[in-house]
Ligand binder design. Structure first.
Ligand code: DND
Length: 252
């Protein structure tokens, strides 16, 4: 990844009121956390992008590990509005995915959820997100885009991958024993240079599709995702859940 001179010009921060949830200044643009107020230091903004259909403990553990191990200031979870690689798949409404993400992150002081991608029209491309963020944040704010083991090797195939390489550090959260060979090869063969940090995180073989299947089969999501997310899924009858009175039924 290029040095700070490669990054676009950041705009100035207009509002530096303190947000008690993240311990940093509040968002200048909508719900984004404000960072970069002290020009004498560098800030690290973690960005956890995802479809989050639904969000689960694997996502949360990966982001928490990145926060700890890379000394991030805050991690912002960004549900994709119209996910680039899922155009042929049915995806839940952005409002529901955002609401579940907000609920799942609400009790962690250094996590926050943003509507930044959900509110954007058209297909959500990470390069465009990073470009827009670069225009918003001053240059002493560095971006750390967090992905799971399965997604990391594919970043080189994403739209405008060179822009991603230029604007963000990548964090690949891998399971112990996960074979990183294909990811390393993909980055080695890429036409641009990526800055990638691999983090080993506890093995959590959880996926959103596994959660959806369990919901439609009337099975519990306990310990797979925060209970508030399970409550939301049943209340809004997502993934074939049967509404009913909150707290009833085996699926809760
Ligand atoms: P997913 O659809 O994989 O999200 O999208 C991940 C991000 O990639 C989003 O921000 C997309 O906009 C972006 N993307 C994808 C494809 C093309 C482009 C951009 C483009 O610009 O061209 P999921 O909700 O399935 O997962 C979210 C993240 O969590 C992923 O990085 C996934 O690998 C990771 N993850 C886990 N990490 C640790 N333990 C687990 C995990 N399950 C998923 N159990």
């Amino acid at each position: 990844m290029g040095g700070s001179a490669d990054r676009g010009e950041g705009s100035t921060m207009a509002n530096d009121a303190l947000d008690p949830h993240v311990g940093v200044a509040t968002a200048v643009r909508g719900d984004l956390p404000a960072l970069g107020q002290d020009p004498s230091r560098t800030y690290r903004l973690g960005i956890m992008g995802g479809t989050f259909d639904p969000i689960h403990n694997g996502h949360l553990v990966a982001a928490e590990a990145a926060f700890d191990r890379l000394g991030l200031d805050v991690v912002v979870f960004m549900p994709a509005g119209s996910p680039a690689f899922k155009q042929d798949k049915q995806v839940s409404a952005g409002e529901d995915r955002y609401a579940m993400t907000l609920l799942a992150t609400s009790d962690n002081p250094h996590f926050t959820a943003s509507r930044f991608e959900v509110d954007r029209a058209g297909i959500t491309y990470t390069a465009e997100t990073l470009t827009r963020l670069r225009e918003i944040y001053p240059n002493n704010v560095e971006f750390y885009f967090i992905t799971g083991a399965d997604a990391i090797a594919e970043v080189v195939t994403w739209r405008d991958a060179g822009t991603i390489a230029r604007l963000a550090h990548l964090v690949g959260a891998t399971r112990p024993g996960y074979d990183l060979e294909s990811a390393r090869r993909a980055f080695a063969e890429a036409s641009c240079e990526f800055d990638v940090t691999y983090l080993e995180i506890p093995a959590l073989a959880i996926s959103s599709s596994y959660l959806r299947e369990r919901v439609s089969a009337g099975q519990s999501l306990r310990y797979l995702t925060p209970d508030v997310v399970t409550g939301y899924i049943h209340k809004h009858e997502l993934y074939g859940a049967h509404g009913g009175r909150y707290g009833q039924g085996r699926g809760l």
